[in-house]
Design a protein around this ligand. Structure first.
Ligand code: EPU
Length: 422
């Protein structure tokens, strides 16, 4: 098992190119199921979640390869085993997003019911409700969702809002299924995340007829078939946000290339209020922090609100603010595995339900800590960059799920992160 040894504190400088978005790539990979033939996806990062998704598609019958440009080629000509196995879906919940496309293409799908994870229960009731509204018959058997379309999928009006707002992968699943349904589907309270916009753009390039893209009301005119595409995924706004916090927490200046500030206005606004400068440039930005870190109140919300996927990283940053901050988690109320670990590094945090009061401290002190989920682990890496001494992070495989060799990206900028196999 790999661990990280991080020597801190460090200052960073230089330029880093942001990779393609994990959370855009995964559903777009699933969307290739809908378009028999060979699709070419550009900018798909080398992450363990992408490999697991590839394995999942491979078991269905797809053939995957990387070409000389490092594009991911998916040949979905043959799909003869419409089953998402437990052994794979338990490793990556996003595996659930093959359900809609399989149902639309094959008329039947068996996908393991994803369990909970470190960030909460993570139900899929809205995915199932949406697909049932389109006419799917769904039942559960031995932990599997068995979905069938005895009379093919038919377009309908579907309300997708839930107790925590819209659902990203639920919207993706129903949107993909609706592209091949008969007639018109309206998804109301659809997720508006840039990753859903990217998916809808990819589907339209495959021949789907989706309008209202980027709004909470998606309208889909069903078509008879989709064709393969060449498509480039958007840059990863969460990776970009993580590098922004890296600059901010180490009082450094960094240039980010391939970064779309337009997808990150809630994050940029918060960083500016914290005392960080962000200057837009051609295809990216320059980010710097010179003065002290000001406290802030953060409430996570569906897009365009502040993303839950950056909550942990910002908590690490606010631990060093001059004053008290409040962090409220409204998407995944239990997503606070990093609190106890940051506390081990001398952060002063008090958790009350889905609220954490962050009392700024003068310095963080290195400690051995445990990575739990992907973003919590990123927060520990960021804390390790600023902390005095040697931070040891165990279970770094969590980080590898969503950040491509983060040490190889940060070390050229001045970080001292060593991956060690123990
Ligand atoms: N929810 C339901 N019922 C459902 C689906 C969701 O109640 O059927 C609830 C969830 O429990 C949660 C809220 O709705 O309280 C939002 O969850 P959502 O469905 O939007 O999450 P997701 O689609 O499973 C994606 C990202 C997550 C990200 C969330 C929120 C991918 C592969 N995953 O998950 O990313 O946190 O949206 O933005 O796109 C990560 O990258 O670290 C990560 C966890």
């Amino acid at each position: 098992m790999d661990i990280f040894r991080i020597e801190g504190p460090v200052q960073l400088s230089g330029s880093v190119k942001i990779n393609g978005s994990k959370n855009a790539a995964l559903p777009i990979m699933a969307a290739t199921i809908l378009a028999p033939g060979k699709s070419t996806l550009k900018g798909v990062p080398h992450l363990s979640d992408v490999s697991v998704c590839g394995e999942l598609l491979g078991r269905l019958g797809c053939k995957l390869s990387r070409n000389q440009n490092d594009d991911l080629c998916i040949d979905s000509t043959v799909i003869d085993n419409p089953v998402g196995e437990y052994e794979i879906v338990r490793r990556m919940r996003a595996g659930i997003c093959i359900l809609g496309p399989l149902l639309a293409r094959y008329g039947r799908a068996e996908v393991s019911m994803p369990g909970g994870c470190a960030i909460g229960d993570r139900p899929v009731n809205l995915h199932l409700k949406g697909l049932q509204t389109l006419g799917a018959k769904i039942h559960l058997k031995n932990g599997y969702i068995i979905a069938e379309t005895p009379n093919s999928l038919k377009g309908k009006e579907i309300f997708m809002g839930g107790a925590f707002g819209s659902t990203v992968l639920g919207t993706a699943n129903v949107l993909m299924a609706a592209t091949l349904a008969k007639g018109k589907t309206v998804i109301e309270s659809a997720a508006c995340e840039p990753e859903i916009i990217d998916l809808a753009n990819a589907l339209n390039k495959m021949g789907a007829k989706i309008s209202g893209i980027g709004s909470p009301r998606l309208t889909i005119e069903g078509v008879r078939q989709l064709h393969p595409v060449e498509f480039e995924v958007i840059p990863d706004r969460i990776e970009a946000g993580t590098f922004m916090v890296a600059a901010a927490i180490t009082a450094s200046q960094l240039r980010l290339e391939n970064c779309r500030l337009n997808d990150m206005m809630g994050v940029v606004d918060k960083l500016r209020s914290i005392g960080v400068t962000i200057d837009a440039q051609d295809d990216g930005c320059v980010i710097a922090r010179r003065g002290t870190i000001k406290p802030a109140d953060i409430t996570t919300q569906p897009y365009p609100g502040f993303p839950t996927d950056l909550q942990a990283q910002f908590m690490a940053l606010l631990s060093l603010a001059e004053g008290n901050s409040v962090v409220i988690e409204k998407i995944f109320p239990d997503r606070f595995m990093h609190v106890a670990e940051l506390t081990r590094m001398a952060a002063n945090l008090r958790k009350e339900g889905q609220v954490v009061i962050v009392a700024g401290v003068k310095k963080l002190i290195a400690a051995p800590v445990m990575a739990s989920d992907l973003r919590a682990s990123a927060a520990l890496v960021l804390a390790g960059l600023a902390a005095e001494g040697t931070t040891i992070i165990n279970r770094v495989y969590h980080i590898d799920r969503g950040y491509e060799r983060i040490e190889k990206r940060l070390n050229p900028l001045g970080a001292k992160i060593f991956r060690e196999n123990v």
